[in-house]
Design a binder for this molecule. Structure first.
Ligand code: HEC
Length: 220
């Protein structure tokens, strides 16, 4: 008897059922997640990446920033919260509005999930992109001078020209001006913050204790 067709059918069924299970299981777990509507915390959460920040997100992908940076606060690793990278663990709902999720898997530099909270000044980011040594001496991050234009000052200096420290200053009569790309990337950086609470991601005990201590102090 030729067992070929049965063997084929058996293999097909095994593969098909495991695929179905895989898809169904993840859809059950994550597929139905929706944004949270919470007026107290400012409406729809997460808030989404919009405007220049969305352009900045595209550049983040094009320039390969993901090779050195993650966007996921982990508690299993123990110290992400101690490092000051976030107040709570990242969960699936934090990512639902992001077309492409940029979690990353290399941490040559700090996690950027909340970089907009600890570094909210776009000018800091612009100087840092132009040359990381200006803001962070000894940094391993590459510089991105092609996001800026060095040009002769005609009349008044431009309002958005970088204020470079003396040792990095360009020739007298010239200024360094961020291109739209640099500004979008800085806008993306300052937009990155998870400053809302989700029931499924409670803050760590340490963070809650700290908040309680501050509240008690204020109450006195
Ligand atoms: C070769 C690895 C590498 C690449 C590529 C890289 N970075 Fe970094 N980045 C670092 C390191 C290391 C630091 C820490 C030192 C510093 O602040 O410069 C850092 C720091 C940062 C910080 C400050 C974070 C903080 O908590 O202070 C930001 C913001 C940042 N990088 C954004 C970017 C962006 C945007 C890109 C892509 C345009 C990028 N990085 C590409 C390695 C990298």
């Amino acid at each position: 008897m030729n067992r070929g067709p049965f063997l084929f059918l058996g293999l097909f069924l095994i593969l098909a059922s495991s695929w179905t299970f895989l898809l169904k299981q993840s859809n059950e777990e994550f597929g139905k997640l929706t944004a949270l509507v919470d007026e107290e915390q400012g409406g729809l959460l997460p808030r989404g990446v919009k405007g220049p920040a969305a352009h900045g997100k595209e550049l983040y992908q094009e320039l390969g920033c993901i090779a050195c940076h993650t966007q996921q606060v982990r508690v299993a690793a123990g110290s992400d919260i101690e490092r000051g990278w976030g107040e709570r663990q990242s969960v699936a709902r934090d990512y639902i509005d992001q077309g492409r999720v940029l979690i990353g898997n290399m941490r040559i530099g700090p996690d950027l999930t909340n970089v907009g909270q600890r570094r909210s000044d776009e000018d800091w980011h612009l100087l840092h992109f132009y040359n990381p040594q200006i803001t962070s001496e000894g940094s391993n991050m590459p510089s991105y001078p092609f996001l800026f234009e060095t040009r002769e000052i005609v009349g008044e200096p431009s309002a958005n020209a970088l204020s470079l420290p003396e040792e990095y200053a360009v020739e007298a009569g010239y200024e360094v001006v961020p291109l739209r790309e640099a500004e979008s990337l800085a806008a993306y950086m300052t937009s990155l913050k998870v400053d809302y609470d989700l029931d499924e991601a409670p803050k760590s005990n340490e963070v809650m204790a700290e908040e309680l201590a501050v509240a008690l102090e204020n109450a006195q």
